[in-house]
Design a protein around this ligand. Sequence first.
Ligand code: FAD
Length: 488
Amino acid sequence: MSSITDSADPSHALFEHFVQAQTCKETQQSFAELCRHLQVEPRDYKHFYSKLKEGLNYWKAKDLWQKIDKRVSHADYEQGEACHENKCLVLGAGPCGLRTAIELALLGSRVVVLEKRGSFTRNNVLHLWPYTIKDLHNLGAKKFYGRFCCGSIHHISIRQLQLILLKVALILGVEVHTGVTYEGLLEPTGSAGWKAKVSPKTHAAAAFQFDVFISAGGGRFVPDGFKIKELRGKLAIGITANFVNRRTKEEAQVQEISGVARIYNQQFFRALQSEIGVDLENIVYYKDDTHYFVMTAKKASLLKKGVIKQDFSDADQLLAHSNVNQEALEGYALEAADFSTEHMLPDLEFAKNHAGQADVAMFDFTCMHRAENASLVKEKRGKRLLVGLVGDSLVEPFWPLGTGIARGFLAAFDTAWMVRSWGKGVPPLEVLAERESVYQLLSQTTPENTSKNYNGYSINPTTRYPNLNLSSIKPRQVKHLFCSQDEE
Ligand code: FAD
């Protein structure tokens, strides 16, 4: 097929615009325009993907269809029949919410995602384990983002990852509503099923009735019914900083730092402290859309450099906004970045964050959260609702180790497997027991102890975790996770 034919068809230009879109809004708008032009209706989620493909039957799009078709045709999804009667609400269009939404759509269910933010603005960069790279390649990441995993160390900015996943989700018929805040579950009344309380109140998503609710609302967002374990470690203060990447030759030559911990390079950290007074436990530098640094800093040096104004033993008080000198924080991060790259990055200039300010921030990792369980079932008026947690709301990651996406995607697949069982009519206690058996492994997963056959990865947990015992937890042990209000 010639390029003359391609350019003559306006749908090709619209598709190209969608594929290349660089913001959430542009992606949604170009997608809506493409659908209008092709007269395909995303609400017709069962046939949407095949109709879109029919309308875009040309070489450039075909490349992408080939990849997606391969996934679609996986036996686990039973040609979209496995969950064809299920309706799923996903809270949060972060990477884990979107990754889960994609799997639920592949299983054949109707999927609605709610996202309170109107844009994707996080410059911070996520480390990718080998399996996540393969997974994203298989979803066509390279088509949407040509620079995907070009460098020596594999990573991607949060916003680019969200854009890739948003595009794949839309192609598979997922409804993504941005600027809509989830405010809680509404119990069934009359003949209606489970619904969500949303803001704005009049949004169409308020009428959506669902039997599966996946919470992917990030760090501190945990829905009712889940208990959280607090893991208190020694004080750990993380600093992230993003600098403008002008993509010059000089910048290209600067070596990335894949994670230097103090114990492995004492000399470097001693020099950092004695020469500029910056005292760190570790530092990571990735060259992505920005020059991204994440480091763990010692309290004493932050106090000495005036970043933290006053010492408190309580971490919340210590790192409260009012106790941090933003200018000094910028100086601290800049000096650390400059020193650790041997002054080779010319004209270090902070990139801007969502608020248009220097993108540097300090976070407390002293106290990490982990949900005690990953799933539960609610029942009211004979209507059952399966609830699952994924991503940071399930297990909070320690950013300098970059476990957020790796474990986040594993949980997304495990959750999709649970929804598959639910859709196939497996009794609730068995669904929950199996999900909790798999969840027990999550916090210990590493690239070394998970299967190396990345091409074989599917939502079936046995393809990913060697020596998995799917029934280590028995149905009788999860009775408390089945919350029926229908007893009398
Ligand atoms: P998130 O990416 O946090 O997504 C949750 C989504 O849910 C958000 O888009 C949020 O707006 C939405 N949401 C929350 N509540 C509601 C609601 N009530 N209604 C509707 N939508 C809602 N990891 C690293 O490895 N390195 C980093 O430097 C790093 N920096 C980060 C900076 C910030 C500010 C944050 C929040 C996280 C950062 N992380 C970092 C963590 C990393 O982003 C996550 O591990 C990864 O994105 C997967 O998370 P997730 O999808 O579970 O949650």
